[in-house]
Design a protein around this ligand. Structure first.
Ligand SMILES: Cc1ncc(COP(=O)(O)O)c(C=O)c1O
Length: 421
């Protein structure tokens, strides 16, 4: 029996309505920018498997560093113990994060990194004897699937059944350059009427909202306002981190630095699951006390797993190589060239790009999980390209190691797909 058929017996897939979905495609091999299925078909991974394996699948440098680590130590409790892979990673990561980030708290996935930042921001005020019970978040944001992360997210397709159980979240529009001043006034009013503990945002790009991009100056103004009003700021860089925007972090483009940064996905280069919530010394100090309860009593079993830490260190090494930095520049330039050829196409409403992230809004109505979206997805796969349209948006977020030819192939398949509608 094929893997796809065996899969059906016991496996429940994420983000899937099994009654109406096709069988899952069984992938048996992944290398560089290529995926192979059980029938021998090849696909170019145009979205780096949900923007994780940015240095390509099974990069030999990463696999060799993990292999070495595997022979030494697999797992150890991280409460009361420490190890060199975590320490090495902490030093490498702090060196590339914005200067104000000083402490790292480990967890397992993007949602938990957000959950931790939210909890820390609430406990920061609790420890300081202040009562704050509201959070500020952008419209159309996505921060994950756990309760705190869902609460601050705004995509009802995911949240519907749970909304009655959410944290108290005040939602604000994203700045677009034209609404910046108006938005600031609106936020000032909201702040005066609520006890806001923190503001969480995806800096510059809202990934799940179909790579929606917003205005850097406007975001900086909001962050400055938050600082003035003692509202802590949480940059969710789970999607944007590690070079995708053309800089190590999207926060590098914004003058006002956040109190927390949430990291996952490319942190471990698509090899093992891990996440980190970084914060400033000031946040850490609010938990540093003779009183035990003022500590942060949160801990996942696999916290700072040594193998995952090794992967993350190796990923940072690669990110800093000339080769990867050149690749990033080449992808940015290639997207720009492609954009010139399609931005005025009658089937295209709008295009946008930051770094290696490139998105095209199509001149057609397309439900997030609707028939046309599925038709496009099937077409791309048939053409040997893995892209996952979001509503009427097609986006490309390729691994940095993608070749010029592979990138050209993605562009030409996208152009060809315009004949489908
Ligand atoms: C910005 C952002 N935050 C958080 C998450 C949640 O991460 P995870 O799926 O690892 O829980 C995602 C996932 O796509 C994301 O894009």
């Amino acid at each position: 029996m094929s893997l796809s058929n065996r899969d059906k017996k016991h496996i429940w897939h994420p983000l899937t309505q099994h009654k109406t979905s096709k069988s899952a495609i069984a992938i048996v091999k992944a290398k560089g920018a290529t995926l192979w299925d059980e029938n021998g078909n090849e696909y170019i991974d145009g979205i780096a498997s949900w923007y994780t394996c940015m240095y390509g699948h099974c990069h030999p440098y990463i696999t060799s560093r993990v292999a070495e680590q595997m022979l030494l130590m697999d797992q150890v409790v991280f409460s009361g113990f420490t190890h060199e892979p975590a320490i090495e990673l902490s030093e490498k990561l702090i060196a590339i994060l914005p200067d104000n980030q000083q402490k790292l708290f480990f967890s397992d996935n993007g949602s938990t990194s957000v959950e931790i930042a939210i909890k820390m921001s609430l406990q920061y005020y609790f420890n300081n004897g202040e009562k704050k019970n509201a959070l500020l978040a952008f419209e159309d944001g996505f921060h994950g699937d756990t309760f705190g992360a869902m609460s601050v997210s705004d995509l009802s397709v995911y949240n519907g059944p749970f909304e009655d159980f959410f944290l108290n979240v005040i939602r604000i529009p994203t700045p677009n350059g034209k609404n910046n001043a108006e938005l600031l006034k609106q936020i000032e009013i909201l702040i005066s009427e609520n006890d806001v503990a923190s503001f969480i945002y995806e800096p510059l790009v809202q990934g799940a909202a179909a790579m929606k991009m917003h205005n850097a100056e406007g975001l900086n103004d909001i962050l400055k306002l938050c600082k003035q009003h003692n509202i802590l700021t949480i940059a969710d860089e789970v999607m944007t981190g590690f070079g995708k925007t053309g800089s190590n972090f999207a926060s590098d483009y914004i003058e006002t630095k956040p109190d927390f940064i949430c990291l996952s996905k490319a942190l471990t280069a698509g090899m093992l699951p891990m996440a980190i919530t970084s914060c400033t010394q000031e946040i850490y100090d609010a938990f540093y006390s003779d009183t035990i309860e003022k500590g942060f009593f949160h801990g996942h079993t696999y916290t700072a797993n040594p193998l995952a830490c090794r992967v993350a260190s190796a990923g940072i090494d690669l990110l800093q190589t000339k080769e990867i930095q050149n690749n990033i520049k080449q992808i940015i330039a290639a997207h720009k060239q492609f954009d010139i050829t399609i931005k005025d196409h009658p089937k295209v409403v709008a295009t946008r790009q930051i770094g290696v992230i490139y998105a095209i809004d199509l001149n057609v109505k397309m439900e997030r999980y609707g028939d046309l979206r599925n038709k496009l997805f099937d077409f791309f796969m048939k053409e040997g390209v893995f892209l996952r349209p979001l509503g009427n948006t097609i986006y490309i977020l390729p691994p940095y190691v993608i070749s010029k030819e592979e990138l050209e192939r993605i562009y030409s398949v996208i152009k060809k797909s315009f004949l489908l509608f």
